[in-house]
Design a protein around this ligand. Sequence first.
Ligand code: NAP
Length: 409
Amino acid sequence: MVSVLVYTKPYCPFCRWAKELLKSKGVPFKEIDVERDLELEMKMRRESGRDTVPQVFIDGRPHGGFEDLADLERQGKLDEVLGLAPIGGGSADAGATEEVVILGSGPAGLTAAIYAARANLNPLVIDGLQPGGQLTITTDVENFPGFPEGVLGPDMMDLFRRQASRFGTRIVSGEVVRADLKARPIVLSMGDGTARRCRALIIATGASAKWIGIPGEAPAPAGYGGRGVSACATCDGAFFRNQAVAVVGGGDTAMEEANFLTKFVSKLILIHRRDKFRASKIMQDRVLKNPKVEVRWNTAVTEVVGDGKVMTGLKLKSTVNGAEEVLPCQGLFVAIGHQPNTAAFRGQIDMDEHGYIRTMPGCTKTSAPGVFAAGDVADRVYRQAVTAAGTGCMAALDAERYLEEHQHV
Ligand code: NAP
């Protein structure tokens, strides 16, 4: 049996998912909370070469964080790394045709699962790249009805997950890399080389954070990703105590990240390419009133600079007169919006010019029969948890009707 050690922080959703993944494998592990122990945190950084939690050590060797474990799982290699006998569960499951498969476990996917499970469709949810969706990397959700005091994003997704599981939803990790939406049953090719089949499919794969695409932004060792550059203040904010940190963007995400980071940093520089934010008034006001925040209007970030080990600043350029400068700072949080996760379905289903799936008016039907889309993957306009949940419900009802009407597909 291997020995597994996980360094965590209590508020970090990735830590929670890493622990859940290990638990789902039945692997015992020791957890070390480094939230209030700087010495332990420095030890973790030294020994892993990474600046972020969770950090998983297997038999004393660093194996990265949740994404790294999930990657191994998608490639079918995690069992081997954890010293488990190969069980071939993926391929055994892959033989059966499911009534309905739901891709994605954010508010849309899990609401679809609750409705489909209660309709006795025995849904299978495939978690995808970001289990729990975007809410797992957000802090307070104050606008989801039913939570008058607000709720933490990761906590809300735990509630959704528990509710879906209560009615028998099965949730597995995996990534669909290709889909044959014309085949009957529909065929989903998975990243680990297996295939799954289903009679109806609900795509609720959401959207992923966008990156600026500038030199120095890529993950280490190519750039300063994980060594200063991040897209998740909830996960990494506490590493920047008493430092100067920049946030890029002018939407609600940027405001939320900026506001959260002011709990830790000495100075927060909010960089926006125009002279107006597009964020909601209430969120703008909170940030603009915060004495730690300085806004750089009409400014673009053109490069992340550093000393080879950590980032030390940003190259900035005025979008008005082209003037350039270097801003000394130790962190960059990129919060410039999202792109839909639809690569696996390209060419097989109608999408708009930005890659969002087109649905038919008033329902979640797509151009492919038996395939339904819900949540941010099909919504460029509203993109709220509550609208995602609403369309998730619609997708399950649409799928249920489709299956009733097409009993022989
Ligand atoms: P968004 O509203 O699309 O805003 C993206 C921001 O990034 C814009 O200000 C945009 O600038 C800027 N941007 C885009 N590409 C850029 C680039 N290459 N370089 C520099 N800046 C760039 O995205 P979001 O803030 O992620 O919000 C998405 C949706 O989620 C919205 O509907 C939002 O209301 C919602 N949301 C809600 C909450 C909440 O209520 N708690 C929290 C987060 C998000 P321009 O303005 O110049 O286009």
